[in-house]
Design a protein around this ligand. Structure first.
Ligand SMILES: *Cc1c(COP(=O)(O)O)cnc(C)c1O
Length: 417
């Protein structure tokens, strides 16, 4: 069961009709279900017994209230910037439960993370390792690190979100890993804790995950035989969700498979970094149809949400289900291109959809809880939408709709006398 579903022909988020939320808060509007987020988190937790750990990938949805909910569930966090660390701290997260990923961490970011007592820095290159040594030495600290290794598996996902192959900017190639681990073990201000990998996002089968895991376990063994004993292995995130509600990743099968592999390594704590799988299906973007435009061979629904609000279709040709908030009799409808107001041909949310819509109708873009708001921008000087969280029968605004003043804050006119 999903907490975002139709009841009596009306799309609801938990007990609240989407149309009521659109009236109350305006559109475009992001709406999230608290129960769905908790349910998704619990599914991981159930199949991932302690001492193994889960670090929610903040970049999927970094709203403070959502981080707070997850912190209350005992989540750790995977961050990719000092800004995300500040969010976690503000939301009540424990810095010791945070892992810091990212290929180009600045000195300032590393210093801040170490001063806050970060749990682990996931090192992405030999050069970064040297920089961490230097920053930690200046602070007279020992920096907890893991080395991100590229297991070189093909995750069979969109090239923009495949990260685990040799040709990617992420991580250290498996073939180059040993000398860098040895260097890390020898550096005076480095506390080498583990190894990590993250092979990509929206991966729909267990195979590449298990393939990567096997290669990582083999590395752990090779390191042990060189006298380097790791205490954790972080296998990253990337768990695919079912945007089309047809095929789905058998998550339980994967988690069981990894835990079986781990049986031979009882001292190793395993970590995962799920992002999308926690929040994607817990969110929708509600939008209103402004106009219908019909040409000889096409019908367009021109809506009030655009690529600045939800970038995934434009950036990755990602497919999101788009439904009328009020179910229509003629379920198949006409073929419609659902396009936004931004002045780019690439500004669309869906092509060739069967929808019966007229001007003024409300649509909902589903599975918009992950990489939705976090990728939004002010392109075309469009204010970012509001975000609302539903908890049982009540709605809570967790981010106000931006105003024009918000958008130009910090800008200065030139001085004229
Ligand atoms: C983005 C990212 C994740 C989360 O990926 P999902 O596909 O959202 O699960 C986890 N770890 C790292 C290092 C990432 O960059």
């Amino acid at each position: 069961m999903n907490y975002i579903d139709f009841k009596q022909g009306q799309l609801h988020v938990e007990q609240v009709p989407a149309s009521q939320l659109a009236e109350q808060y305006g559109t475009p509007l992001y709406v999230y279900s608290k129960s769905q987020i908790i349910k998704n988190w619990q599914l991981f937790k159930q199949h991932w017994p302690k001492p193994h750990r889960l670090c929610y990938a903040v970049k999927a949805n970094s709203n403070l209230a959502i981080l707070q909910l997850l912190a209350e569930q005992g989540a750790g966090f995977d961050i990719v910037s000092a800004g995300e660390l500040k969010r976690v701290l503000k939301a009540g997260g424990d810095p010791a439960s945070v892992v810091f990923s990212g290929v180009a961490k600045s000195e300032d970011e590393l210093r801040f993370a170490l001063q806050q007592g970060i749990g682990c820095i996931n090192v992405e290159s030999a050069a970064e390792l040297e920089r961490i040594q230097q920053v930690a030495a200046e602070l007279s600290q020992s920096a907890p690190v893991s080395l991100r290794v590229n297991p070189d598996v093909d995750a069979k996902t969109h090239p923009y979100i495949a990260t685990g192959m040799k040709a990617n900017k992420f991580g250290i190639a498996m073939a180059d890993a040993m000398p860098i681990f040895k260097r890390a073990a020898a550096l005076p201000n480095i506390n080498l804790l583990g190894a990590d990998c993250h092979i990509g996002s929206q991966i729909m089968s267990s195979e590449p995950f298990l393939d990567a895991a096997k290669r990582m376990f083999k590395l752990v063994e090779e390191l042990a035989s060189e006298g380097i004993k790791l205490s954790h292995l972080d296998l990253g995130g990337g768990f695919g969700i079912s945007y089309e509600e047809t095929d789905r990743l058998d998550l339980e099968n994967y988690l069981k498979g990894v835990l079986e592999l781990a049986n031979n390594y009882p001292e190793l704590t395993l970590m995962l970094e799920p992002g999308r799988a926690i929040v994607a299906d817990a969110g929708i973007l509600i939008t209103r149809v402004e106009y219908i435009k019909a040409t000889d061979d096409k019908r367009f629904a021109l809506i009030d949400a655009g690529m600045n609000d939800l970038l995934r279709p434009s950036l990755y040709q990602a497919w999101h289900d788009i439904v009328a908030v009020q179910e229509t009799q003629n379920a198949r409808g006409q073929l419609v291109d659902v396009v936004g107001p931004v002045c780019e041909t690439g500004c669309f949310l869906g092509h060739a959809r069967h929808l019966t819509v007229k001007s003024g109708d409300l649509l909902a873009v589903k599975h918009a809880g992950a990489y939705g708001f976090t990728m939004s921008s002010n392109y075309n000087t469009r204010a970012k939408p509001a975000e609302v969280l539903i908890d049982q029968g009540s709605s809570y605004i967790i981010r106000e709709r931006e105003t024009f003043d918000d958008m130009v804050r910090g800008e200065r006119l030139l001085k004229r006398t």
